[in-house]
Write a protein that binds this ligand. Sequence first.
Ligand SMILES: [Zn+2]
Length: 190
Amino acid sequence: MVLVGAAILVAYHDESSAAPSPAPSSITAPPLSPRPPARLSGEEDGVVPPGVTIFEDEYPAVAKLSPDLRRALRSAAADASKDGVTLLVKSGWRSRAYQNELLREAVSKYGSVARAARWVATADTSPHVSGDAVDVGPSSAAAWLAKHGATYGLCQIYRNEPWHYELRLQATDRGCPPLYADPTRDPRMH
Ligand SMILES: [Zn+2]
């Protein structure tokens, strides 16, 4: 038995050492790409993996949206799909921890709290944290909502964020309110 085992081991070693090693030219290092810092937040904080729709409420980002906003988005998404447009949820509800993480990232990206405020709100002011905002994608879906969203009470709020939508029920009668240039112009942010 011992000999058989040893023979197998020898055979194994022989085989592996005899295996042709790849020619140096075939070893190519993967291109170096800037890697974003590791995300601390997870799906339970509202992180959304690629390709999630407004119908998938197993994701907290979708499930914890305000019911009225989710309902409006679902009926818009259903009609958009008839036009061949898929409406994806890039971001929806976010935990305070996730919002704070995004804010920290924005501050390091844009260099100051003041500049970051043009793009990312604090946990106290973000409508994502209260479940009242969604970031849609791809750009074809944002374009579809820009054209048809008011019918559902769905409005773009900030000129610099064509993907960010909130519910403005009066929009179904009166159209969407004028856009703020960016979140720093929104009184809710102060
Ligand atoms: Zn947003």
